[in-house]
Write a protein that binds this ligand. Structure first.
Ligand code: ATP
Ligand code: MG
Length: 181
């Protein structure tokens, strides 16, 4: 059975560092949207492009899981619904799934982001201290049930017939049915 790792955390939490370690230790395909965004769009983030990119990367992830390859999705995944949708989709690919949450204290986060901006600016997007405060307020930390990979995936929010429909709205390039073998 293949395995999907969902890497969850704010900027500077250490997601890509951990994702690379998991990819090495579990022979997993690592999908890090920042690397693609920076390469494709020259360091800027055109409106909506990240969502489209992530949708296609999720389709790649599902294909890889179906052929028995482990996958690390280094997306950040600030929203509980995003994580639930991906846990549900992993099950459709006969894969198990773990939510890997990397908490980070604000002072540590600011120091890491500043250090990375100073030493490796080509690997990141600029972030102000105000951005970090705003994003922290938006972030939904995973609860114990999400971190327990044996817990059932909750249903989609009211008004949605299923997670595939919700996921295609969240990531408009994602068409799960088309990626079936
Ligand atoms: N456990 C750690 N201890 C100290 N420094 C760390 C640790 N993990 C990561 N770092 C450093 O912190 C910086 C940010 O790490 P990383 O790029 O892995 O974070 P990230 O969560 O992927 O951030 P982003 O969301 O912006 O991509 C890097 O310079 C990295 O070397
Ligand atoms: Mg990263």
């Amino acid at each position: 059975m293949s395995h999907l790792f969902l890497i969850v955390g704010l900027p500077g939490a250490g997601k890509t560092t951990t994702a690379a370690q998991l990819a090495a230790s579990h022979q997993a395909l690592r999908l890090t949207p920042d690397e693609w965004m920076i390469a494709l769009y020259d360091g800027v983030q055109p409106d909506g492009k990240r969502d489209l990119l992530e949708g296609r990367l999720i389709m790649v992830a599902l294909q890889a899981l179906r052929i028995g390859t482990n996958v690390v999705l280094d997306f950040g995944l600030w929203g509980r619904d995003e994580r639930s949708a991906l846990r549900w989709l992993a099950a459709t690919a006969d894969a198990s799934c773990t939510v890997v949450y990397l908490p980070v204290e604000p002072d540590v986060q600011r120091a890491r982001v500043a250090h990375r901006q100073a030493t490796a600016p080509h690997t990141t997007f600029p972030m102000s201290d105000a951005d970090l405060v705003t994003w922290r307020a938006q972030f939904q930390a995973p609860d114990d049930a999400e971190l327990d990979s044996t817990s059932p995936v909750p249903g989609p929010p009211p008004g949605w017939s299923g997670w595939p429909q919700w996921a295609t709205d969240r990531w408009p390039s994602l068409t799960p049915a088309q990626s079936d073998p």
